[in-house]
Design a binder for this molecule. Structure first.
Ligand SMILES: NC(=O)c1ccc[n+]([C@@H]2O[C@H](COP(=O)([O-])OP(=O)(O)OC[C@H]3O[C@@H](n4cnc5c(N)ncnc54)[C@H](OP(=O)(O)O)[C@@H]3O)[C@@H](O)[C@H]2O)c1
Length: 244
């Protein structure tokens, strides 16, 4: 029987690349997101190894329900809201806190369920933070703080897993900003505009851009290669490196 992985935010962007890479690596993938048309498109591309589930990942019972239904031994908690690209004072509390309500709440609920249920020994839980967690992101409201909290939650969970001898590995990935997805390209347009630069010159100065295929392959390596034994890794076009 093949390994079952569950990927949140699988309808587009990084999640789509991760689901594709894990199916290619021989896994059964349960892909969760709200846009059922995009999930069905991916099912048409990947075949029966991809199981689309239309759901809001922040709901109070969705983690328990899907873990009970599919018994995954791999969770990739990738889903996240696209921040409103505006400077601090142009945010309301609602727009500022959006990534706490979506990204952090989802990681909190799913990690808690992974520890309490618990996932079987040998399971892996990967959370998706951001390089912004190290540097801040002044045009994204509370995004950088939310992503830093996801890194903290992952480290706390790794510790709890060890203390209770659950044998569940927790890993956190901090990808660099990339124009390869809707979320990344909106942020890059905002930062380029802030500097009075056009997007092309901004990107040329930023160097090689991370692709969704590289994200899929890096997440596959984190799952399959026990050599990745740190909790947090930066991910750039150059690959995975331990996060400072
Ligand atoms: N792109 C970058 O440059 C970059 C850099 C660092 C970190 N990241 C992080 O990487 C992750 C993926 O980002 P991305 O660039 O691939 O963004 P994206 O293209 O906007 O995709 C976001 C995914 O999250 C899903 N999602 C959002 N809210 C959801 C909800 N309430 N319930 C279910 N699914 C939900 C979306 O699906 P539906 O809309 O269909 O629900 C979509 O599949 C995010 O956590 C992001 O913060 C991105």
């Amino acid at each position: 029987m093949s390994t079952t992985a569950l990927v949140t935010g699988a309808s587009r962007g990084f999640g789509r690349g991760i689901a594709t890479a894990l199916v290619t690596a021989g896994m059964q993938v349960v892909g969760v997101a709200r846009d059922s048309d995009q999930l069905q498109q991916l099912r048409a591309e990947l075949g029966d190894a991809f199981i689309p589930v239309t759901a809001d990942i922040t709901g109070p019972v969705i983690a328990g329900r899907l873990i009970d239904a599919y018994r995954p031994s791999i969770l990739v908690l990738n889903a996240g809201a696209s921040p409103l690209p505006r400077p601090l004072h142009q945010h309301t509390w609602q727009s500022f806190s959006q990534n706490w309500d979506v990204d952090v709440q989802h990681v909190f609920r799913w990690v808690r369920e992974a520890l309490l249920n618990p996932l079987p020994p040998g399971s892996t839980v990967i959370t998706v933070s951001s390089g912004a967690a190290l540097r801040g992101s002044p045009l994204s409201g509370g995004y950088a703080g939310a992503k830093a909290t996801i890194r903290f939650i992952t480290a706390y969970a790794a510790d709890e897993s060890e203390r209770a001898e659950l044998g569940i590995r927790f890993r956190c990935v901090l990808p660099q900003l990339t124009p390869a997805t809707a979320l990344g390209s909106a942020a890059i347009a905002a930062y380029a505009g802030r500097q009075g630069a056009d997007v092309g010159s901004y990107l040329a100065a930023a160097g090689p851009a991370l692709t969704v295929e590289q994200v899929g392959s890096a997440i596959t390596s984190l799952i399959t290669d026990p050599g990745y034994d740190r909790v947090a890794y930066l991910l750039t076009a150059g690959g995975l490196t331990p996060a400072p």
